[in-house]
Design a protein around this ligand. Structure first.
Ligand code: IMP
Length: 455
């Protein structure tokens, strides 16, 4: 096994918060046990993500920028070129992770010098935009859209600008956003923006204060900023290393494939790895490309209106039982029935080759599992399309499947111990999505996961 090339990638197969973080964590441990040097590579999104990890002692920690394997001292985690990174948030998050991990030893962290900065200026601009247009109203307020827009407008600040501390460039960035906000009738200095770890938002401040703050933050994070391209060139072809790829957000939030306009700004599919590594890593070379979805329901946080939205007592019960509140914004998540037309579409365009089903324990023996099998408009079958207007018109057609006992499935350790109805449900999902269900989870603890196939 030592010389075999192994790697796996995990993405959100629905609308986010499917529980990817703990699967990544599990694969990191598995690959370390095989004697590999494990690298966790994240290539998209920024502080909009939220991976809640349950630690062995029951503590929970929400990661936003750092990839999931960060608590493991033997792993290397990379924040890739496709990410947009807030230096202040990154600094606070690293300190928090060090505190939580009592041994103080955490993974080796590498931040790509090419990763783009997402700053308080972007957060202020995004907040101001919300008063002018609908599109970004559901956004997390972490300035993700404006930071990615900087790339298309060809004036991004990158991590390497911090290393050299290109003050002229940083000042001209502030001036540009000051002018943009002025135009929208907002004083950038006084605009309040969220900051990781603080309950109250903080003011962006003057140009001098902005530069000064960035200088201080740079001193703490400079040691993590590296030539990641070179590191990947050396490690990717070498079988001593095993890569675990972690996507943030989900395909249902992708700007091209999600419910437009309430979408995020980064490539949430496996193809993103190709561009983030400047062509070094072709996603087709990744053996496991798993879409992670919740097994019995879906959740969504934002303003999108899903065709299978569940608005009854069951939704409230699931929300409480499965703690369905946003890890980043604490917003209460919408709960929806499983939507096969959407999930099938996401799996196709996302270039996935298998699925992981989480939350198999969110089931009630007397309440059947309701699944949307197709959409109709005026009696005619139609497909999912990435457009809110279209999705408002469709009627979801449902089927019901028998449920199972939560406690029984939580106790199961092997496939054969899974309740019969749950096994039938897995077959139904594999057929409906034309996929292989390679793994399920039956509770939040690390030991509550079951491998279904050998992938
Ligand atoms: P943005 O990524 O902050 O621009 O937000 C765009 C949309 O994606 C909003 O509806 C957010 O709620 C949603 N979103 C962004 N990140 C996540 C995530 O990690 N989980 C779930 N929803 C997310």
């Amino acid at each position: 096994m030592r010389n075999e090339r192994i790697n796996a990638a995990f993405c959100g197969g629905a609308y986010g918060d499917e529980g990817k973080g703990r699967i990544v964590d599990e694969y990191v441990n598995n690959y370390l046990m095989l004697g590999k040097n494990v690298i966790v590579y994240r290539d998209n999104g920024g502080a909009n993500a939220g991976h809640t990890l349950e630690l062995a002692d029951g503590q929970r920690i929400a990661l936003h920028l750092l990839p999931s394997g960060v608590l493991n001292p033997n792993a290397t985690v990379i924040l890739g070129k496709g990410m947009v990174i807030h230096p202040g948030d990154l600094n606070t998050e690293i300190n928090e992770v060090k505190q939580v991990n009592r041994s103080k030893k955490i993974a080796t962290i590498m931040v790509d010098e090419m990763a783009v900065l997402s700053l308080d200026t972007h957060r202020a601009f995004e907040a101001a935009l919300k008063n002018w247009q609908e599109g970004s109203r559901g956004a997390t307020g972490r300035g993700i859209g404006p930071a990615y827009a900087d790339i298309l407008l060809r004036h991004p600040l990158r991590m390497r600008d911090l290393v050299d501390f290109d003050e002229k460039k940083i000042r001209s960035h502030y001036k540009l956003y000051q002018a943009l906000l002025d135009g929208l009738g907002v004083d950038i200095k006084k605009e309040k923006v969220p900051a990781y770890g603080l309950l109250q938002p903080i003011e962006v401040g003057s140009e001098d204060e902005f530069v000064q703050k960035l200088l201080v933050e740079t001193k703490s994070i400079r040691l993590y900023i590296k030539d990641v391209y070179k590191y990947i060139s050396q490690t990717w072809p070498d079988n001593k290393y095993a890569y675990v790829f972690e996507k943030a957000q989900a395909i249902g939030l992708d700007p091209r494939w999600g419910v437009y306009p309430d979408v995020t700004a980064s490539d949430t599919t496996f193809e993103g790895f190709f561009s983030a590594t400047d062509g070094l890593i072709d996603p087709n070379q990744i053996k496991i490309r798993a879409a992670v979805i919740k097994a019995t329901y879906m959740s969504s946080v934002g303003t999108r209106i899903l065709p299978t939205i569940m608005e009854n007592n069951l939704a409230a019960k699931i929300r409480e039982d499965a703690k369905e509140y946003g890890a980043t914004t604490k917003r209460s998540r919408d709960i929806a029935y499983i939507d096969l037309p959407a999930l099938r579409f996401f799996s196709e365009v996302g270039r996935t080759n298998c699925h992981v089903l989480t939350h198999m324990d969110v089931a009630y023996p007397n309440i059947p599992i309701t699944v949307c099998t197709r959409y109709e408009i005026d009696g005619e079958s139609v497909k999912y399309r990435p457009d809110q207007e279209h999705l408002l018109k469709v009627n979801a057609v449902y089927e019901q499947l028998p449920s199972w006992d939560r406690q029984e499935i939580q106790k199961a350790r092997y496939y054969k111990e899974i309740p019969k109805n749950a096994r039938a449900f897995l077959d139904f999902m594999a057929d409906s999505l034309s996929t292989e269900i390679m793994m399920i989870t039956t509770g939040p603890r690390r030991d509550q996961s079951i491998k279904i196939t050998d992938k």
